[in-house]
Structures are given as C-alpha cells and as structure tokens.
Design a protein around this ligand. Sequence first.
Ligand SMILES: *Cc1c(COP(=O)(O)O)cnc(C)c1O
Length: 378
Amino acid sequence: MTDTVVPVFKPLIESGEIDAAVASLKMGWLGMGASVGQFEAALSDYLGGEDRHVVAVSTGHAALHLSMMLIGLQPDDEVITPAFNNIADFQAILAVGAKPVLCDIREDTLCIDIDKAETLVSPRTKAVIAMDYDCCMADHDAVAAFAERHGLRVIHDAAHALGSSYKGRRIGTFSDICMFSFDPVKTITCIDGGALVVRTKEEVARLHALRLIGMTQPASVMYGNQRAWTYDVAEVGFRYHMANLHASIGLAQLARMPEITASRQAACKLYNELLAPLPDVITPQSDFHEVTPFLYYIRVPAERRQPLRDHLRASGIDTGIHWQPGHWFTLLKDERRGDMSVTDRVGHEVLSLPLHSNMPADLVKRIAGHIANFFARP
Ligand SMILES: *Cc1c(COP(=O)(O)O)cnc(C)c1O
C-alpha cells in the first residue's frame, strides 16, 4: 500500500495521546495500575450507568472470552450468535468448549433476527449474543424478552457502539453483560484494549481474578501502582489485564468523544446524502442522531462489489469487508445454524468505505463521486 491510499480506518493519535503515552512511560509502573483504574472510572462516567461496573481488559476478544467464562458455560453448551459477526465472538465461544449456533440477521439492521433465533433454541442453549452492527443497534428489547423466555444470559457485543444509544438509553447501561473493544481501528483506541460492563460486585471480583491469571489480589492495591505479594488462586484465568500505557491513551481518546462523535456523524450523513440517491447502492438506515458511527458500510449488487473495489483502489481508496459470515470459514462450517438467506446475501454485498474521525467533507465527496462514476458506467 502506498502512502497516498485513503485507508478504511485511520487512528486519531495526536499530541494529547502522545503526551499521555510519554507521561505514562515515565511514571515507572508499566503494568496494570493507576491509569487502568482511572480509565475504568472515566468509561463508567461516560456511559453513566449507575448500577453498572466496568472492568478493563487487554482486548475485545479477551472481554468476550471472559464473558463466556463468567456465565459458566460447560462443554457442548450452546450460544446463539449472529453469523454476521466478528471472529472474536465465535472464537470466544469455542475457547470454553461451547458451541456457537449461527443465526441469521435482519435485512434492515444487519443485527440478529430474534424470530429466527427462536427456531434455534435447544435444551443446551445458555446465552445469546446481541451485536450492534455499526450505526444500527440490535433490537435489544426483543433480545431481552427472548432471553427471559428461555432463561438465557445476554452478551451484548457493543464493540461498534461506544457512544451510541438504543431507544434513548446509552449502550452499556442496560444489558446483562456488555463489552467494548479499543483495538487499533475502533472508534477510540487503547492500541489494544477492551472492557466488560457487568451488574454485580461478585461478577467484578471474579473478572478481576480471571484477567490476572487467576490471582485474587485486590484491584484497589494495583490501582495504587502496587501489588499484593500474597493472594489465592482459585480457578483458571488468563493474562488479560490492561496496562497503564494503554489505559493512558484510552483516557486521552475518551476525552475526545464529543469531537469524534460529531465528526463521524457528519461524515456518515454526508455519505448517505450523496449515495442514497444511487439506485445500485443501499445505504445504512440511520439518521446518525443517536449514534457514534464506527463503520460506514454500503451494500451493492454482489457481482459489482469486486469491480467497485478495484475501481476505488485504482483511485487511491481502500475499502473493507465487514464481514465474511461465520459459516463461510472452515472452522465453523459444521456448526449448527438456521436459514442464512439474509446473511449469505449481505455477505456478498456489503462494503466498508473509509470513515475517520475528523474526516474532511471533501474526502467524503471525492469517494462518493468515484462511486457515482462507477455506477454511471454500464
Ligand atoms: C473488534 C471487534 C471485536 C474484537 O475486539 P478486539 O479488541 O479486536 O479483540 C469483537 N466484536 C466486534 C463486533 C468487533 O468489531
């Protein structure tokens, strides 16, 4: 890739993040410490859920893996997940020996179709994953009612949805277990990082041990940039904690959420305005008012997608695909699944266009112009 290619994702790392990282390196405590406690508190304030607790971890995948451990999945238990999802979700289920059961998505939101999930419930079903795809939130009321009917836990994958709301409620304040990712390309980054949002102190205590290879040392000690030298180890855990350096970058990023939100909303609105009139393009069904968009995706006729990608590439614009559906992968091809008609269609049509924080309007116009030109040709 040359320097001049417009990337799909572009981190917003400026002097604030760099100063924070330098200060963190000079602090003399590189591992989990004070900045991690501060990042959890700042995220908790930002989300505003009064009865919720935030636990920072090393990645979004770690957050998902720990969610699966937290709900006590046993080998061969089943977790219903949209097939149209990040690989991390499938891997987290498999990592505890449980089985992903792949469900189709809704045409309008590209999120899990709960009517179809009903047909997939078995005596072994223990949980359902609700993933918000970009600016479209899952139908969380329907998910909660479904979970209630069948006695399931809900794992809300909000990796795309930091800053967004569902029916006026901030994402991260209402689900059973919610998780975020702060990987290099997400709305805000810790370079790598993740967080869980849970409801009880018992779950917090367990997560604190699980993220620290099982060591039951109090987070309050570590958040003083110290460690307890004696502790118990009661169960299998992983080295999944967040480090101070990463938390310090996350803190600098979190402080910029208003700027990040406003600029990404503006870019998405402009994309929709310019692309929605094109008959070959399906744009996201969102007014972008209550969301902090992570991706900007379109859908185009399957047979035109690769030629369009090539056309944009030749114009110096990269594009992405989120995602290839789970059952298309060797690892998951034999997992139980229902009707996949929407997922299979969308998997061939979906295309992610560049979306950056503080993206210039001219760049959005240039990209939209290339797409219009492409479809203007026979
Ligand atoms: C990025 C992402 C994850 C995984 O997060 P990492 O921090 O990259 O491990 C999980 N789910 C979704 C929907 C994601 O976009």
